[in-house]
Write a protein that binds this ligand. Structure first.
Ligand code: GLU
Length: 341
C-alpha cells in the first residue's frame, strides 16, 4: 500500500517535471491552455498555463501551517430529518484532529446552531412549526439551544480523538471594537498555544441585524484574516465556483483555479446554494475569498459530501475551487467591514 510519504515524494517529482515544462512554455500556447482536459476551466494567469499552475500551487498547500475550516449547517445535518449527521461530524472531527496531530494550527468555524436548536424545539413542542423565516427572537432562542447542543456533540467527538476544543462566539462588534478585537485575538492565540481547537460561531442569540456578520462564510474569512491563517477551507454543499448556475445552465463550466479575484468573477456569484438550513450562497463565498486572499490567505471552496476531502485538499489534490492568496498591504479588515454595511 502506498504511504503518505511515498505519495508526497511521487507528487514532488511529478511537480518538478511540471514546473520544468511550464518554464519551457512560450506565450503563444496561452489561449489553448485555458480549458483543462476535464472540461474544467481555470482563469487566465500570468504564466499562461492555468491548469499546470493550479497543480503546482496546490502542492504548496501541504506546507500551510494555520488552517481555518468552515462548515455550513447543511453539511452537518441529514436533509431528510434536519437532525445531526453523526457520521459526517465524526469524519470532520477525525480529519481536523489529524491535521492537528500533523502540527497544524486548526480553527473550526461551524454553523448549525439555529438549525439544530429549531429541530430540538420542534421535537419537544409537538405542533410547533418554527418556519425558517420565523421572527429573529425565535431564531435567537433556537440558536441558544442549538449552540449548546452542537458544542456538546463536538466536545464528545473531539475527546474521542484526544483533542481539546473550546468555544468562541463573536459578532461584527467584536471585530469593530478595538478592545474586543484585541481580546478576541489574545484568546485565539492562547488557545492555539495550548493546542486547543477553537470552534467559532456567530453569537446569534445576542446579535441582531446591525451587529451581526450574518453568514459564516464572511465570518470565517474574518477569523482567517485576524489570525493570519494561510489556508481557509470552505466546506459547502456546492462543488465550487461555476461560470453560471449549473442547475439552470447546462453549459456552466467549473472553475478550478482563481489566481486573482476580479469584478467579473465577483459578478458570477449567485445568491443561493439551494440549501434551506444555512445562509451562505456563492456571493458570500466570493466576499469571503476577497477578504481571505487580500489578507494573504489561500482559500478553497469544496464539496463536503465526503469530509475526507479536507486532508486531500491539504495534500494538494485538485478538489473544488482554489483562490490564490494575493496579499494586499493596503487591505484593512475594519475598513472592509464598514464598506460591507
Ligand atoms: N450562525 C448561524 C448558525 O449557526 C449560521 C450562519 C450561516 O449559515 O452562515 O445557525
Amino acid at each position: 500500500m502506498e504511504t503518505n510519504q511515498s505519495v508526497n515524494s511521487r507528487m514532488d517529482s511529478d511537480l518538478e517535471v511540471l514546473e520544468m515544462d511550464l518554464s519551457k512554455k512560450n506565450s503563444s500556447d496561452r489561449k489553448s491552455d485555458l480549458m483543462t482536459s476535464g472540461g474544467q476551466k481555470s482563469v487566465e494567469t500570468e504564466s499562461g498555463d492555468p491548469s499546470t499552475e493550479n497543480m503546482i500551487y496546490r502542492a504548496k498547500l501541504r506546507d500551510r501551517k494555520r488552517i481555518v475550516v468552515k462548515v455550513g449547517s447543511s453539511s452537518l445535518l441529514h436533509s431528510s430529518t434536519g437532525r445531526l449527521d453523526y457520521h459526517k461530524i465524526d469524519v470532520l472531527v477525525r480529519e481536523l484532529s489529524d491535521l492537528k496531530n500533523r502540527g497544524k494550527d486548526v480553527i473550526l468555524v461551524s454553523s448549525g446552531a439555529t438549525a439544530v436548536g429549531r429541530e430540538v424545539i420542534r421535537r419537544t413542542h409537538a405542533g410547533t412549526t418554527l418556519a425558517e423565516d420565523s421572527p429573529i427572537t425565535v431564531k435567537q432562542a433556537c440558536s441558544a439551544v442549538g449552540q449548546a447542543r452542537l458544542m456538546m456533540t463536538y466536545q464528545r467527538f473531539f475527546t474521542d480523538y484526544n483533542q481539546i476544543s473550546g468555544q468562541v462566539l463573536m459578532t461584527k462588534n467584536t471585530i469593530g471594537d478595538p478592545l474586543s478585537k484585541y481580546n478576541l485575538c489574545n484568546t485565539f492565540n492562547e488557545l492555539l498555544k495550548f493546542d486547543v481547537i477553537p470552534i467559532v460561531n456567530e453569537n446569534d442569540s445576542v446579535a441582531t441585524y446591525e451587529y451581526s456578520v450574518g453568514d459564516n462564510d464572511n465570518l470565517s474569512a474574518m477569523v482567517a484574516s485576524l489570525m493570519n491563517a494561510d489556508l481557509l477551507i470552505l466546506l459547502s454543499d456546492v462543488d465550487g465556483l461555476y461560470t453560471d448556475d449549473p442547475r439552470v445552465n447546462p453549459d456552466a463550466t467549473f472553475i478550478e483555479y482563481v489566481p486573482r479575484l476580479d469584478e467579473n468573477l465577483m459578478k458570477m456569484a449567485k445568491g443561493t446554494t439551494g440549501s434551506s438550513s444555512g445562509t451562505g450562497g456563492m456571493s458570500t463565498k466570493l466576499q469571503a475569498a476577497m477578504i481571505a486572499t487580500q489578507s494573504g490567505c489561500d482559500m478553497v471552496i469544496v464539496n463536503s459530501r465526503h469530509m475526507k476531502v479536507i486532508h486531500e485538499v491539504v495534500q494538494g489534490r485538485n478538489h473544488g475551487t482554489l483562490f490564490r492568496a494575493n496579499l494586499n498591504p493596503d487591505f484593512d479588515l475594519q475598513d472592509h467591514l464598514e464598506s460591507m454595511e
